[in-house]
Design a protein around this ligand. Structure first.
Ligand code: AHR
Length: 631
């Protein structure tokens, strides 16, 4: 392998390796968003879903002891319902929230309960108790509600033990009635200690990737199955209690038998996504509806003459992110606690959309956005080719329109990823740049996280050498989907798996981390017998220089089941003989990281000596990062 370190052949964008967040697999509610109470404001289509009262099968208590009646606000602005509890016999009434497949509770942490109450009449106290899987109480706290006007009360529960599938029981003292809404419980220990914020372990996994961008809020959920059910960012900002609940596109109603209770509370909304991008040091990349519902479902179209509100949403979003505090939407951001702009540079128009209908709508968006914000970079979508083989349909039309970045998606076999490491070698250098916005190697249609195996991860790494080698045309890339709850997923493989207490990175996660943490600033020329190294002897390679750190970074992937000896010839630069070699490998290509053994395959770092000419041995099924310090 010859590496010419004398000159850069292409710049690597800081956005090269990013993350794509979608609220699929309980990634937001039940995942990243640390709320533990499901359906906290009685807004699901079936308003008591997630709550159990004495008259439910699980309880043998007196069904005449009390009842929760669901009432509509007369003047609602997003928050439609609240519950009126009428208590006849407090000793016989309880209501239990089941959480998102239970509630993960950790001993040693505090949990903040908050609840809005109003019209308090005869009720002197409300008790909150944590119950374990056997119904035993292991933590409790009370509040003393009063007053007719809606008032928020808070209390803290300190559990005496941990439980993965706890529930929350609510009981009352007194006889009478009380209105309640937004019954909520969060750990106090959230990411950056933000009140009612994000789950710390999950954000840490994201932060460790050092992503160049954060694409949000999805995928298919952007488009909606119908236009009415599309993601509308304006309904996700401002006071949390006023954000309008929406059925999730990945609810059983549309996709999966396991999740009839999948709704979007939008507690994790657009403000929080921008804030998360800022925390991660990642460019925010929001994708908006272009007026076409998911073309795999209804494909409903907003007529061209009715496109204005959709376009206005895009313009207003830019103002929300970047506008002066005196602008209408800049003020909304300021009132939410962020007077400084979020410095939005990219905006996506449509996800996975194609055909003339898309092009017609894209043109209207592009014109309006560029007229007002000429520097904004627009990401356009693409769709499946008629033969279903590729997901880059629409490029030719977009090229003619001088599109800047085209979002391509591919979920393919590991073999496909290895065979396509040269995918971008012949892309037009004068056309739009590539956003490989969703990709993952899918080994087999097995169930569950086993699909996140070493075989898939190494194939992705082989392919990623091609992404990096073509950094002059590939500007952004992200694996998808990002996260999955072990008891509530719709799609696998996924990069990160979690349950209510723990989370872990898959082998694929560590591949992403190796590439993103060792990105470099410029691509170097790598060759083998005068050719690019794209699978000869089952070896793939790319090299970069990090001009800031003064490092030469080699990425070598061995997709074979055997050790491979390679002769490294590095010319054009002097470097110290001591190098860091980080490698990830395993003998069993079916190996994967599980909840029981989350570290089965993780990168290992060693210090080695490298001279200009040296033979190195690559382990079977391995991804290797060799970092040399320039001298
Ligand atoms: O990543 C899962 C889904 O795959 C996304 O929602 C969609 O964009 C793609 O079809």
């Amino acid at each position: 392998i010859n590496v010419d370190a004398s000159k850069s052949i292409a710049e690597i964008q800081p956005t090269m390796y990013g993350i794509f967040f979608e609220d699929i697999n309980f990634a937001a509610d039940g995942g990243l968003y640390a709320e533990l109470v499901k359906n906290r404001s009685f807004e699901f289509d079936s308003p008591k879903m997630g709550w159990q009262e004495p008259n439910s099968n699980r309880h043998s208590l007196n069904k005449n002891s009390g009842i929760a009646k669901i009432i509509n606000y007369t003047d609602s602005s997003g928050n439609e319902n609240y519950a009126r509890f009428e208590i006849n016999d407090a000793s016989g009434y309880e209501i239990i929230n089941e959480g998102f497949r239970g509630m993960g509770i950790k001993k040693g942490e505090n949990y903040r309960i908050s609840v809005m109450t109003g019209n308090v009449n005869g009720i002197s106290a409300i008790k909150f108790e944590l119950l374990d899987e056997n119904g035993a109480v292991f933590g409790e706290a009370s509040i003393a509600p009063k007053g007719n006007d809606w008032t928020t009360f808070e209390t803290i529960i300190s559990p005496s033990k941990s439980a993965e599938k706890a529930t929350l029981r609510i009981t009352f003292s007194g006889k009478g009635s009380i209105d309640m809404d937004m019954i909520s419980m969060f750990p106090e220990d959230t990411w950056k200690g933000r009140k009612n914020g994000l789950r710390k372990d999950l954000v840490q996994l994201l932060a460790d990737l050092q992503p160049g961008f954060l694409r949000f809020p999805g995928g298919c959920i952007v488009e909606g199955r119908t236009l009415e059910k599309r993601y509308q960012w304006k309904k996700t900002v401002g006071a949390v209690e006023d954000r309008e609940m929406l059925v999730n596109r990945w609810n059983t109603e549309f996709s999966h038998k396991l999740t009839p209770d999948y709704f979007q509370s939008f507690g994790l909304g657009f403000f929080e996504y921008f804030q998360l991008s800022e925390d991660l040091g990642a460019e925010p990349l929001p994708i908006l509806s272009c007026g076409i519902a998911c073309q795999y479902n209804t494909g409903e179209l907003a007529p061209m003459e009715s496109l204005d509100p959709y376009v206005q949403d895009a313009l207003d979003l830019i103002e929300f992110a970047n506008g002066d505090t005196s602008s209408k939407w800049g003020k909304v951001r300021t009132d939410m606690g962020h007077p400084e702009p979020f410095n939005l540079k990219f905006i996506g128009v449509g996800n996975e959309q194609w055909g003339q209908e898309y092009i017609d709508r894209y043109k209207v968006f592009a014109k309006a956005i560029k007229e007002k914000y000429p520097d904004m970079i627009i990401v356009s979508g693409s769709g499946p080719s008629p033969d279903g083989e590729y997901f880059d349909y629409g490029w030719e039309e977009l090229k003619k329109l001088d599109a800047e970045l085209v979002d391509e998606h591919y979920y393919k076999s590991p073999q496909w990823f290895k065979e396509n490491a040269d995918r971008y070698d012949d892309y037009d250098r004068n056309g739009p740049k590539v956003f490989a916005g969703e990709y993952a190697a899918h080994p087999k249609a097995e169930d569950g996280p086993k699909e996140n195996n070493l075989e898939a991860a190494v194939a992705e790494a082989a392919f990623m050498t091609g992404l990096e080698r073509n950094a002059d045309v590939v500007y952004l890339t992200s694996y998808a989907p990002l996260m999955a709850h072990k008891d509530a997923w719709q799609w696998a493989p996924d990069l990160i798996w979690f349950d209510n207490l723990s989370s872990h990175g898959t082998v694929n996660y560590y591949v992403q981390k190796l590439f993103a943490n060792n990105r470099g600033t410029d691509v170097l020329k790598v060759s083998s017998n005068g050719n690019k190294l794209i699978g000869q002897e089952e070896i793939y390679a790319t090299a970069a220089i990090d001009s800031g750190k003064g490092e030469i970074i080699l990425k070598l992937v061995n997709t074979s089941a055997e050790n491979k000896q390679v002769q490294l010839n590095i010319s054009g630069s002097k470097f110290k003989s001591k190098a860091d070699w980080i490698s990830l490998s395993g003998d069993d290509i079916k190996a994967y990281n599980s909840f029981e053994n989350p570290k089965t395959i993780v990168p290992v770092e060693n210090e080695v000596k490298i001279k200009n000419h040296r033979t190195v041995e690559l382990a079977p099924n391995s991804v290797n990062i060799i970092k040399l310090k320039k001298s």
